[in-house]
Design a protein around this ligand. Structure first.
Ligand SMILES: O=C(O)CCC(=O)C(=O)O
Ligand SMILES: [Fe+2]
Length: 421
């Protein structure tokens, strides 16, 4: 990130004045297509798509040199099952998960199954007939050299989730989805309100996009969101009383080799039009961090409502809510703090090295000094909100090092020392 882009991004968040990023605003009339890697910079992406939180599609020129596009695909453009079976079949995988995607973004795990073979295809076809979505497996960064599979486009390189998981050497959010025509992923917004990018290694997908908030008009009379936005049931206004307020989705057909950027909090539904394999990443960074924090607060509130009746009789009720939240959402307030801490310490390290050194040595540490300076600003804002949250104040932070208040001071000092104004 250069100085000018950082100033632009910081102004964007000042203008929001604490409002949630990427929420309202006029819905775009279409999804932009980026043709030429040579003329589209990281700064262009930040200004035109990341900050406005708008979807876009990158042409196949952006993935031209990826190993997966050569090795996973036959000359006819179909999945090369022989290669995939040999590479990812039984006993070839590390600790990765795989399974069949279920409704609501939940993943059922079938650890003993062979997925990348004929049986996979049959399995997926069976699910297609049931109008269920496609199969997936994890790209396991410990088990293979991901550089042989894809080259991370610079636009998506401020990726705190995968940076965090890599630092801890645990699970990550890198998936491969595979499915024949007719398989699909149901209507959802991504985990933690993360961004995602999705690259078609072969095949095509149809995407239906709804800007944040528009999903409200699709709720049924019980308040539930639809599983399938193409279902004729949605036309029943007794079942979906707010439907007249809904707008049609933005529709995109993603061709082989193209990459879709899914903004934070946008609901979407995705259909495979051919035998399709895609690589998908979920990612969070300074731009959508506050959305993730907002989402976690909502999740905790939902848990608290669910178990409200035991509040007075259970001595550790608040702690139990955090435990339940962790098992439902994959993360609780303590772990979210840990996530912030890991990223914050890495950014403070970059800033501590000073501008010149960090510019030269930014490999593996994000996008350099200006990016680190922007990141600490976003971290400080979210942590400041966390430390005054009553439920975070109930978390035992006595063993955290540094503690939340101390880390907040460090971040605020760094913000003051690097301010552009
Ligand atoms: O490709 C799919 O089936 C799902 C992709 C998706 O939901 C995403 O990348 O966020
Ligand atoms: Fe998604």
């Amino acid at each position: 990130m250069d100085r000018e882009t950082r100033a632009f991004a910081e102004q964007h968040f000042r203008d929001l004045g604490g409002q949630l990023y990427g929420g309202g605003g006029q819905a775009p009339s279409g999804v932009a297509f980026i043709k030429e890697p040579a003329t589209f910079s990281y700064a262009d992406f930040v200004k035109a798509f990341l900050l406005p939180n708008r979807p876009c599609v990158f042409s196949s020129a952006f993935t031209e040199n990826w190993g997966s596009r050569r090795r996973w695909v036959t000359p006819e453009g179909k999945p090369d099952f022989e290669y995939l079976l040999q590479k990812y079949g039984p006993n070839k995988k590390g600790r990765g998960r795989h399974g069949v995607l279920q409704s609501g973004g939940h993943r059922e795990r079938h650890l003993s199954r062979i997925f990348v073979d004929e049986q996979t295809l049959l399995e997926a076809q069976r699910h297609a007939r049931q109008r269920d979505p496609c199969v997936f497996w994890d790209l396991d960064s410990s088990a293979e050299d991901l550089g042989d599979v894809f080259t991370l486009p610079v636009y998506f390189s401020s990726d705190w989730l995968n940076e965090f998981w890599d630092a801890l050497d645990v699970d990550d959010y890198r998936f491969v989805y595979a499915g024949p025509p007719g398989t699909w992923s149901p209507f959802h917004a991504d985990i933690f309100r993360s961004f995602s990018w999705s690259a078609n290694i072969c095949g095509r997908k149809k995407w239906l996009f709804f800007p944040p908030g528009q999903e409200e008009a699709l709720r049924d009379c019980h308040g539930s969101l639809p599983y399938d936005v193409t279902s004729p049931k949605l036309l029943d206004t007794r079942l979906h009383p707010m439907l007249q307020h809904s707008s049609p989705p933005l529709e995109v057909t993603q061709e082989a080799g193209e990459v879709v950027f899914v903004p934070s909090g946008w609901h979407h539904q995705v259909h495979n039009l051919d035998d399709t394999i895609s690589i998908n990443h979920n990612w969070v960074n300074g731009c959508n961090l506050a959305n993730m924090w907002h989402f976690l607060q909502q999740e905790l509130r939902a848990v608290q409502q669910e178990v409200h009746e035991w509040r007075d009789s259970m001595p550790d009720w608040h702690h139990h809510c955090q435990v339940i939240m962790r098992s439902c959402s994959g993360i609780n307030f303590e772990e979210f703090y840990h996530f912030l801490k890991v990223i914050a310490e890495r950014r403070l390290l970059v800033l501590g090295q000073g501008s010149e050194a960090a510019q030269e040595e930014n490999i593996g540490l994000g996008l350099g000094f200006q990016q680190a300076a922007f990141d600490v600003g976003r971290l400080a804002e979210v942590l400041a909100s966390m430390v005054i949250h009553p439920d975070f104040q109930r978390v035992d932070t006595s063993t955290f090092s540094p503690g939340p208040e101390e880390l907040l001071c460090q971040l605020q000092d760094a913000v003051a020392a690097t301010t552009t104004l």
